[in-house]
Design a protein around this ligand. Structure first.
Ligand code: ATP
Ligand code: MG
Length: 283
């Protein structure tokens, strides 16, 4: 049995559960219990506040966890980062009131900065030889300058909308973050084996993201041109159709180039183009 810690509620909860579900693991989240058990997999799920996840994994109370890289770095937890998971993207940035004449990082010299991430900020200030005073507040950091509590803030930014609505301008991006899968450093061999089998599934799910399966009928003399448009994982599948002179071509295509490629294939004479959802890709 392997135990995973995930956020009980908040921005990472849904996508963490979704990832487990896409891995074929059924987790009951309805009652938001503290500890749940997967119905069809040797996995226990521990629901926690995100702040607590790095330490709980570091001390072995959970074997693995899904948490923002920002929390892992802030806590300085002794865990291994096993995978970057591609959701919960954000950055930790310094921001100043918009009327300030900001002339570079030296501006922060002697200033008062409010943040919920004092350790990451201290490290950044030290690396850049800035003497500033760091004021730790655990919520509503963005109102600190207007409230006269601080000159500037260091906080999580994703779209930047919160900064704008609080009259702030982002000046320095200190780190980029996303959800990561972390693991404790002293897992037993049995748990490592279970982790490997979970990773196999996670990778297959992640590899399929942003990709579509495409198939079409195409005149056989256009197949090589079509293959140039559609390079596949190894090489596209080509099968003869019952009607002579025609082939069926199957491939996998990145979603962001899909429409451009479909248009080109259509111009080549492709017909009956089907685009299908991909659930898992094992490479
Ligand atoms: P908890 O109650 O679990 O302590 P929280 O309020 O500290 O939750 P959330 O706001 O749910 O945390 O954010 C969890 C994580 O989501 C952050 O640590 C960060 O990694 C990521 N995240 C992505 N975008 C944002 C954003 N715009 N604001 C805050 N966090 C974000
Ligand atoms: Mg938190």
């Amino acid at each position: 049995m392997i135990r995973i810690a995930i956020q009980s509620k908040g921005r990472l909860n849904e996508e963490s559960l979704e990832l487990l579900k896409d891995c074929g693991i059924e987790v009951d989240n309805q009652k938001r219990k503290f500890l749940g058990r997967a119905a069809n997999h040797p996995l226990e799920v521990l629901y926690l506040r995100d702040d607590d996840i790095p330490e709980v994994v570091a001390d072995g109370s959970a074997d693995i966890g899904i948490v923002g890289l920002n929390e892992v770095k802030e806590r300085g937890a002794d865990v291994d980062i096993i995978r970057y998971l591609g959701f919960g993207a954000c950055r930790l940035s310094l921001a100043v009131p918009k009327e300030v004449r900001y002339d570079g990082i030296q501006w922060f010299q002697g200033k008062n900065i409010a943040t919920s991430y004092p350790n990451i900020l201290h490290q950044y200030l030290e690396t850049n030889n800035i003497q500033a005073s760091v004021r730790t507040i655990m919520g509503s950091v963005e109102i600190a300058p207007a409230a006269g509590i601080a000159d500037a803030i260091f906080d999580i930014v994703s779209s930047g909308g919160t900064l704008i609505s609080n009259g702030l301008t982002e000046t320095e991006c200190v780190m980029k973050s996303e959800a990561v899968l972390v693991a404790g450093k002293s897992l037993t061999d049995e748990k490592r084996t279970q982790l490997r089998s979970l990773l196999f599934r996670i990778d297959a799910v992640r590899n399929s993201r942003g990709k579509k399966y495409i198939l079409m009928n195409i005149p056989s003399d256009k197949v090589s041109e079509a293959i140039r448009i559609l390079p596949a994982m190894r090489s596209p599948t080509v099968m003869p159709l019952a009607a002579s002179g025609w082939s069926s071509l199957h491939s996998v295509v990145e979603e962001n180039t899909l429409w451009d490629k479909v248009e080109k294939l259509k111009q080549l004479g492709a017909e009956g183009i089907l685009i299908l959802q991909l659930d898992k890709v094992v490479e």
